[in-house]
Write a protein that binds this ligand. Structure first.
Ligand code: CMC
Length: 431
């Protein structure tokens, strides 16, 4: 971030104020309003942060107009085709692609942390079997702060490192346990000779009574889904993690806060909602009815998996996933899957409809991921937990960046107060 010679002038009540301008390495210039309240006595108003940069960051860059997503400068489609998830985790966490030795060391560290404290098994058993796995995930990840006392001190860089590795390593185990618990099957321990994605499939789909061989094409597809969800700059759940940790709360509690935010259908919950919508549409002849509903201002229905705050072009992750969906369904011999037919037709119809063109609404990451996950055998309730476990590295990378930033201070937005001014209390009999 460099402060240029440029500045903006604000005229207010006969006074002028110079606002410095920062030029990022990519993206629009940023007005520095940090001293505005102290100097001019006014706040800025920006609900939903549509015009506000909440931090500076070097991790992820999105060009919404071009439909471009870069992690540490590397385009997402190159990472999805050439890299694998743990290498992308290393890149996000440490800023550069690892050497072979660095990667081996990192993979070993993650792999050695995949088991959860045995007593956590009892903790799971306290939940109802029909609990949504996201409810279980929020609770269990928050409870990690009660189990791993040696990595709670956020002022200690070593403890931060241990917490980061623990979270990345254990989230698949916890998500798989939430799934196994919900279907009444025994928990499956991680298998450290499998890679990250294959191990997750093993923990979800194997049972003690049978041999389970992970299909390498499916584990590659799983790995690609993990990569595509790994980070997405200052989205709602990442901002939640940053805000929660700005008070120096412990990392497990902060990631639990991020998981809670991700759960909503406008964010990570959209993948479940999208597949449910495709099932409700059911056949291509019903598409016009749902397109009409999405356009009707009096109908709260929205086309799930469409639209994005930042992308005003196709989400680059959706392009990769569309191709993955074709590959996975072909491998599984279900290429004529009716949901995929509905999805493709719906996408075409929406992309040619003036409403969606004018509002720049394109398919997002959630549009095709659900079809792949369902074909792999996951129930819809597991879609958002899979998003959460993939995004953990993004949350952790942003958290580490924030804690190490000397400018870090507690997040405390202001407000435009429109309530009553001071008035006297009225006794109950007089109201
Ligand atoms: N279907 C129909 N209309 C839509 C849709 C949609 N999916 N998305 C936005 N619009 C309309 C909206 O009604 C509004 O119209 P108008 O200007 O006439 O009031 C306009 O487009 C702008 O919408 P907005 O809600 O102001 O835009 P936003 O940037 O606040 O919301 C969004 C972004 C992703 C929440 C929204 O597009 C949406 O609800 N999409 C469906 C849910 C979804 O797929 N979410 C996943 C997002 S990507 C993964 C993730 O972040 O987790």
């Amino acid at each position: 971030m460099t402060e240029t010679q440029k500045s903006a002038t604000l005229s207010l009540n006969g006074e002028t104020y110079e606002l410095p301008i920062f030029s990022p390495t990519a993206g629009p210039d940023v007005l520095d309003i940090r001293k505005l309240y102290a100097q001019a006595g006014v706040f800025t108003y920006d609900p939903g942060f549509t015009s506000t940069a909440s931090c500076d960051s070097t991790i992820t860059y999105i060009d919404g107009g071009k439909g471009e997503l870069l992690h540490r400068g590397y385009p997402i489609d190159q990472l999805a085709s050439k890299s694998h998830y743990l290498e992308v985790c290393y890149l996000l966490l440490y800023g550069e692609l690892p050497t072979a030795a660095q990667l081996e060391d990192f993979e070993t560290r993650v792999t050695r942390h995949t088991m959860v404290h045995e007593q956590m098994h009892n903790f799971f058993r306290g939940f109802r079997r029909d609990a949504h796995p996201m409810a279980t995930l929020v609770g269990v990840v928050g409870a990690m702060s009660a189990f791993y006392h040696d990595s709670l001190d956020v002022t200690d860089p070593w403890q931060r490192e241990v917490a980061a590795v623990r979270l990345i390593a254990k989230l698949p185990t916890i998500a798989a346990m939430a799934y196994k618990y919900s279907i009444g099957q025994p928990f499956v321990y991680p298998k450290n000779d499998l890679d990250y994605a294959a191990n997750f499939l093993h923990m979800c789909f194997s049972v003690p009574s049978e041999e389970y061989h992970v299909n390498p094409i499916l584990s590659r597809a799983m790995d690609r889904i993990f990569i595509l969800h790994a980070d997405h700059e200052q989205n709602a759940s990442t901002s939640t993690v940053r805000l929660a940790s700005s008070s120096s709360a412990n990392p497990f509690a902060c990631i639990a806060a991020g998981i809670a935010c991700l759960w909503g259908p406008a964010h990570g919950g959209a993948n479940q909602a999208c597949l449910e919508m495709l099932k409700e549409i059911g056949s291509v002849d019903r598409i016009p009815e749902f397109i009409a509903r999405a356009k009707d201002k009096n109908d709260p229905f929205r086309l799930m998996g469409f639209g994005h705050r930042v992308y005003k072009n196709t989400d680059p992750r959706a392009k990769v996933l569309k191709q993955s969906a074709d590959e996975v369904l072909e491998l599984l011999g279900v290429e004529d899957n009716p949901l995929l037919q509905v999805a493709k037709e719906l996408e075409q119809t929406a992309l040619n409809d003036p409403y969606f063109i004018e509002k720049k609404l394109f398919p997002n990451v959630d549009f095709y991921s659900g079809i792949i996950l369902e074909a792999m055998g996951f129930p819809t309730s597991m879609f958002t937990p899979i998003f959460a476990l993939s995004r953990t590295v993004g949350w952790i990378s942003q958290w580490k960046e924030m804690i190490a930033d000397p400018q870090n201070k507690i997040g405390r937005p202001r407000q435009l107060y429109l309530g009553e001014t001071m008035r006297d209390y009225t006794d109950i009999e007089k109201r």
